[in-house]
Design a protein around this ligand. Structure first.
Ligand SMILES: Nc1ncnc2c1ncn2[C@@H]1O[C@H](COP(=O)(O)OP(=O)(O)OP(=O)(O)O)[C@@H](O)[C@H]1O
Length: 242
């Protein structure tokens, strides 16, 4: 699975890191062998062609490499933390996970409750944003969230009244590209954020693939919109997590 971090000021990718998951039970039962290894100090990833020892492994270099022993906590602190911190200071940011079905995108972004070190990037971002809000002085915050899904080229609102309704992608001369009628939900706490995320998560198009029995079969975008009001000025900036 690969993990991009975008800085929306330049619209250029800033960092690309790779995360390798352990073999799952199905792969172990099939007696599959790990063909990926990493050198974290050099941020390099190696893929050995199965059954060949004389052929050198294919080598790839990233901005960071995370192997099976690494937990989401480390990834968040090293990669996502600076981006979310930037969001609380007024910059836009996007975290984008992509990879083959079953490679661990949902595991990384949504995460699991146990162990706590594998809590996902999105709930970690909630904690981070609300910790910042609690510590802020002379400022009021408005936090809203939206959650959409792109499935078979169609956009649906995972938090909308009718989650089956197809939404349209539009372009505004000032606001840029947006999804018309996408619902926004004001959230006041980490708990409310989690409830919104879980509600949308349940509404996703879940299918079944040979690689992943809980495959999401879709792309989804969770967005946190943060507005800060202080000393008569107002600025608004979104953080995107896919
Ligand atoms: N780093 C990891 N450590 C342990 N288990 C993992 C890890 N990454 C993924 N898994 C497990 O692998 C399985 C597939 O992961 P996940 O559902 O996150 O894949 P995905 O990329 O979101 O798939 P899809 O695109 O099909 O929705 C899950 O059972 C998940 O718990």
């Amino acid at each position: 699975m690969k993990f991009y971090q975008f800085d929306v000021i330049t619209d250029k990718p800033e960092m690309v890191v790779v995360r390798c998951r352990p073999l799952n039970d199905r792969e172990k039962a099939l007696n599959c062998k790990m063909v990926v290894s990493v050198d974290t100090s050099r941020c390099q990833c190696f893929i050995q062609k199965p059954g060949t020892t004389e052929e050198p492994p294919k080598q790839f270099t990233f901005d960071g490499t995370y192997f099976i022993s690494h937990h989401t906590e480390e990834m968040y602190n090293e990669i996502a933390y600076p981006l979310v911190e930037g969001v609380t200071e007024g910059y836009n940011g996007t975290i984008f996970a992509y990879g083959q079905t079953g490679s661990g995108k949902s595991f990384t972004m949504q995460g699991v409750v146990d162990p706590p070190s594998q809590k996902g990037v999105i709930p970690r971002a909630f904690d981070h944003v609300f910790e910042t809000i609690q510590c802020a002085e002379n400022a009021k915050f408005l936090v809203r969230a939206s959650y959409l899904e792109i499935y078979r080229e169609e956009i649906r609102d995972l938090l909308g009244r009718d989650t089956k309704q197809k939404l349209e992608l539009k372009e505004h001369p000032e606001r840029g590209i947006y999804v018309r009628d996408l619902s926004m939900h004001t959230v006041h706490s980490v708990g409310e954020c989690e409830r919104v995320m879980e509600l949308g998560w349940k509404n996703r198009s879940v299918g079944y693939t040979l690689m992943n029995k809980d495959s999401s079969r879709s792309h989804s975008i969770f967005t946190i919109y943060l507005e800060i009001f202080n000393t008569g000025t107002c600025c608004s900036y979104p953080a995107h997590c896919l």
